[in-house]
Ligand binder design. Sequence first.
Ligand SMILES: CC(C)(COP(=O)(O)OP(=O)(O)OC[C@H]1O[C@@H](n2cnc3c(N)ncnc32)[C@H](O)[C@@H]1OP(=O)(O)O)[C@@H](O)C(=O)NCCC(=O)NCCS
Length: 165
Amino acid sequence: MSTLPTDDSRPPTMDRPLHIRQVEEADLPELVRLDAEAFPEGPYPFFTLRQLFDLYPDHLLVLDGGESGLHGYVLVGMPRDAGRGWILSLGVTRDRRGRGHGRQLMREVLRRLRDDAVHEVLLTVEPANTAAIELYRSLGFLAESAPRKDYFGPGADRLVMTLHL
Ligand SMILES: CC(C)(COP(=O)(O)OP(=O)(O)OC[C@H]1O[C@@H](n2cnc3c(N)ncnc32)[C@H](O)[C@@H]1OP(=O)(O)O)[C@@H](O)C(=O)NCCC(=O)NCCS
């Protein structure tokens, strides 16, 4: 299992350092807590995260703060059509946002996808989620011309964004 130090250049704080690493089965309860904090309006149930872990363990990365627990994660789903990946989720705990961790998680998972010969990465984002949209744009993702109406059900429009690696 590889462990990468983050490259946050801000002054040290009590709860650093954070490391990006691949998820482990023992992380699941903590991952459920983290997901519920990042997505309070629609968190994954435990069983869904469990099965996503079973399906895509290589592309589920966590931001590990050691004794302070997990502070972020990114999850990629890989459909059967080889060469394509979907960013299914990206979240950072509120106390650690704005420090470059979301970008680091994305960069690391994109690096791994490149190594796996993935050439197209897609994601959906809530159209008013400016922070996420700006992050994805800065990484080279391009948005469709307009959000897709009711993508996740009535009233849940989503903007689809694509990156060619
Ligand atoms: C989206 C999210 C993962 C970003 O994580 P983060 O660690 O705060 O982001 P970073 O510090 O790495 O910022 C990366 C870039 O995102 C953009 N960004 C981050 N916060 C922003 C904000 N409040 N407003 C506008 N842009 C913002 C900027 O482009 C930033 O680059 P910069 O620092 O060079 O300006 C985080 O806000 C989050 O977990 N939100 C809740 C869950 C969520 O919405 N996930 C995305 C689902 S599609």
